[in-house]
Design a protein around this ligand. Structure first.
Ligand code: AMP
Length: 224
């Protein structure tokens, strides 16, 4: 199963990806997470990506395509994977099509999470992430049991540097300009399902799961 989660920052792609992953044993490939880890480790890629990520701009396609190509050929990706935050430009989508052609793989479905501007600002300004395991919390809707600590691993929760209001606005502009054209790109390929992301997680998930069942990727609510 290969699925793409598409939508603006704050649409809940990471949360949905984690929920799918808890039921279906395939990896989530979140290019944002890969870049943040590279920055933290001070690697060559991290050094190159840092200024873009911190300012809310897109990291150049050439780096991203290389990251993705390397990742999807790892052994845990054999039965499929979930893309969260990739592709983000038409150029990345076209590069992915070429890679998939070579590897004889197909995208099963693209889920586009449509969300209002107000909800994005509300969600992202209250978002906290665990520095140790990456778990996502929301101070309003899904707060941790102990302030600033992760329920799962006890790691410290922080606000991402790019979740501050000015950078959120920049990321939304970048999304509108560079990523939103992907909606019609995948619509034309007849593999796009639109989900209203202002709804509760359970309702969003139900639509996604039903669609995967409908197209035969998940049988009797089981993957294999
Ligand atoms: P995310 O965690 O998906 O919100 O991504 C955080 C940041 O990482 C973005 O604002 C970009 O700077 C960078 N990034 C993540 N994925 C991509 C991508 N597919 N193409 C370019 N930049 C990306």
């Amino acid at each position: 199963m290969i699925i793409i989660l598409l939508g603006p920052p704050g649409a809940g792609k990471g949360t949905i990806a984690d929920k799918i992953n808890s039921l279906v044993p395939i990896p989530v490939i979140a290019t944002g997470d890969i870049l943040r880890k590279a920055i933290e480790s001070g690697s060559d890629l991290g050094e190159k990506a840092k200024s873009y990520v911190v300012s809310g701009k897109l990291v150049p396609d050439e780096y991203i395509i290389k990251i993705v190509e390397d990742r999807i050929t790892e052994s845990d990706c054999e039965k499929g994977f979930i893309f969260d935050g990739f592709p983000r430009t038409i150029n990345q989508a076209k590069a992915l099509d070429l890679v998939f052609k070579r590897l004889n793989k197909d995208i099963d479905q693209v889920f586009y999470f449509d969300i209002s501007y107000e909800t994005i600002i509300n969600r992202l300004s209250a978002r906290r992430v665990c520095t140790r395991c990456g778990a996502i919390y929301n101070l309003k809707y899904d707060p941790p049991e102990k302030a600033d600590l992760c329920n799962k691993c006890g790691g410290k929760l922080i606000q991402r540097v790019d979740d501050q209001e000015e950078t959120i606005k920049k990321r939304i502009d970048v999304y509108n300009e560079e990523t939103s054209p992907l909606i019609s790109y995948y619509e034309k390929m007849n593999i796009l399902t639109k989900i209203n992301a202002d709804q509760d997680l359970e309702d969003r998930f139900k639509i996604l799961w039903n669609r995967l069942t409908e197209i035969g990727v998940i049988k009797n609510s089981k993957l294999w």
